[in-house]
Design a protein around this ligand. Structure first.
Ligand SMILES: [Zn+2]
Length: 588
């Protein structure tokens, strides 16, 4: 795939006349020495005429760079890079365009992103009725008895509450009429809640007598009948039967499905300028599939994977799954993932004091302190990083306590770079603990503006201001803050998350506590070198310096200088990974 694309680009992007003249002049004069100090000098790829933002503090700006064998070999002015052009070099004139290190997605779900592109997309629906009709349409092309799955609904984003509803959540009533012969499973945008119709609940054996599992809730109506909404761990009741059905498919079909998901996710990332992807939780079985695909050169972007599996399995098998820089730096696996609470949108975030709009609840603790501590100890034993999902202030405090206690008990000469995934809502006392303990706040700029419409309802104004999405306070207190999208929860687009990070603006009229906005330089760091640091990869990627991977994105706008309003219109011109053009926008 790479080869064909780069040939096309060679024709289309041949350097401008002036550059050509210099090049021909040089060649005729024989001024290109093939070696300097015994090193090969002619590069495979040279970018010239660019507005390159390197994210290297020693040399933030450059015009040109040279690449050999997938690595940057030199960077500087056009003049200094010209000698690297040989007869075989592919030369790309950036014509003043902005280039920077490829985006590193700091927390998202790779296979989930691909799979989300293979099911009903409910993100855009403005009403529950719209979703019902999307499902009804799908019944016409799906054999009876087969699952209809979808993702992305969000009750807070609908024009009006569904009818009938329980606390604003839809019931299965309309869906049962629309899809009486198919099991339906529709995951909430947050991933922390699911809707199932009557057929699916029947397959799962869920009825009025089914009790709530630990860390979850089956929402029931006033008569005690489940309405089809399953929160947090209760989702597993339905998911289990869906997985059983999937497992019965022939092996070859399952493999083709995973491969298609990985392909779709890779293409989607490259199209959006992402060259590395930090996957926030794959089972050991999924890691085996990813390793196979890496062996076949079928991972389109570089993956850094957190393993999410049972403590029992991790105890027995983890050592066999450690991979650092596997398959030419396309697969690294040396981190573990747990979740200790749910999400704010679904009232699942675990709070120190109750929700303002649900005073009977302080959220859900979805995994015990003992069990998360056990996972963290497995991490220490195997030298894996530990990454725990924590959204509410209680959840964050508990995880910081676990980390602090283990850091004391098992001192390390180097920071372990353990992470808290999301770190969305913090008690002010806990903000400085991130920097002090060296715990990385793995956050998502886009969650702030996407959630802002309901955060003050859930937390009230004071808690929202003091502790919600406080990137700036965290950085000011010495923490590393990383960036990402949690795709498929949000679109994987880094530009939208970058815009949210530097503006915190939802609409012209509403900005969510702008004092916590990042500077553009900080936001770029959060999406490049700081994400690299959070994966022990800062010597490999995240800035454009000689020796690092040639993973580069070219954009239509200068993200440092352009007008704020133009940030959102920024498009990807080209994505280069491993020194090869992997995506190129069609000319306008
Ligand atoms: Zn996630």
């Amino acid at each position: 795939m790479h080869k064909t694309l780069s040939l096309i680009s060679k024709r289309r992007l041949f350097p401008c006349q002036k550059m050509l003249a210099i090049l021909v002049g040089c060649l005729m004069g024989g001024c290109i020495p093939l070696t300097v100090h015994g090193q090969q000098r002619a590069a495979e790829l040279v970018l010239v005429g660019g507005n390159i933002y390197t994210v290297d503090q020693a040399r933030p700006h450059a015009e040109a760079l040279a690449v050999n064998r997938g690595r940057i070999v030199a960077i500087g002015s056009d003049q200094t890079i010209l000698p690297f052009i040989g007869p075989e070099t592919q030369v790309i004139d950036l014509k003043g365009k902005f280039a920077m290190p490829g985006f590193i997605e700091g927390h998202a779900h790779f296979v989930g992103l691909g799979e989300s592109m293979m099911m009903l997309n409910l993100h855009q629906a403005k009403t529950w009725e719209e979703i019902v009709s999307q499902v009804e349409k799908a019944t016409r092309t799906t054999p009876p008895g087969e699952w209809i799955i979808g993702r992305g609904w969000h009750q807070s984003k609908w024009d009006h509450a569904p009818s009938p509803n329980v606390n604003g959540y839809p019931t299965d009533f309309n869906m049962n009429l629309a899809a009486p012969d198919h099991p339906v499973l529709l995951t909430h945008a947050s991933g922390h809640m699911s809707f199932a119709n009557e057929y699916a609940m029947r397959l799962a054996g869920v009825d009025a007598d089914t009790t709530n599992p630990k860390g979850g809730e089956i929402i029931k109506d006033e008569n005690g009948k489940p309405i089809g909404i399953f929160r947090e761990t209760a989702q597993a009741l339905i998911q289990k039967v869906k997985t059983q059905a999937d497992n019965q498919r022939p092996q070859i079909e399952k493999q083709a499905y995973s491969q298609q998901a990985v392909e779709l996710a890779s293409q989607e990332c490259l199209k959006k300028g992402i060259t590395s992807f930090q996957d926030a939780g794959s089972s050991l079985a999924t890691v085996r599939t990813l390793r196979q695909l890496a062996d076949q050169g079928k991972l389109g972007v570089r993956l850094w994977v957190m393993i999410r599996d049972s403590n029992e399995r991790l105890h027995g098998q983890l050592a066999n799954y450690k991979m650092v820089g596997y398959a030419n730096q396309f697969l690294t696996c040396r981190a573990l993932k747990r979740s200790i609470d749910g999400a704010l949108g679904s009232h699942g975030a675990w709070l120190l004091s109750p929700y303002q709009d649900l005073p009977t609840s302080s959220g859900l603790n979805t995994a015990s302190i003992e069990s998360v501590t056990e996972t963290a100890k497995i991490g220490i034993k195997n030298d894996f990083q530990v990454c725990v999902h924590a959204i509410g202030d209680r959840a964050n405090r508990e995880v910081l306590d676990i980390y602090e206690q283990l850091f004391k008990k098992f001192p390390s000469p180097f920071p372990r770079r353990w992470r808290i995934e999301h770190a969305q809502h913090l008690h002010p006392d806990d903000i400085p603990r991130f920097g002090k303990l060296g715990v990385i706040a793995s956050m998502q700029g886009i969650h702030c503006t996407s959630d802002a419409i309901f955060v003050p309802q859930r937390l009230g104004m004071r808690r929202s201001q003091e502790g919600a999405y406080v990137w700036k306070s965290l950085i000011d207190s010495g923490a590393i803050v990383t960036n990402g999208t949690d795709a498929p929860v949000e679109d994987v687009d880094p530009i939208a998350s970058f815009y949210a990070s530097v503006t915190r603006r939802l609409t012209d009229k509403f900005t969510f506590f702008p004092e916590q906005a990042l500077t553009r330089e900080q936001a770029i760091r959060s999406y490049t070198i700081d994400n690299a640091y959070a994966a022990f990869e800062e010597n490999l990627k995240g800035s454009l310096v000689p020796g690092k991977l040639a993973d580069i994105v070219v954009l239509t706008n200068d993200l440092i200088q352009c007008d704020e309003a133009d940030i959102k219109n920024t498009r990807v011109v080209m994505t280069i990974i491993d020194g090869k053009i992997a995506y190129q926008a069609k000319p306008e």
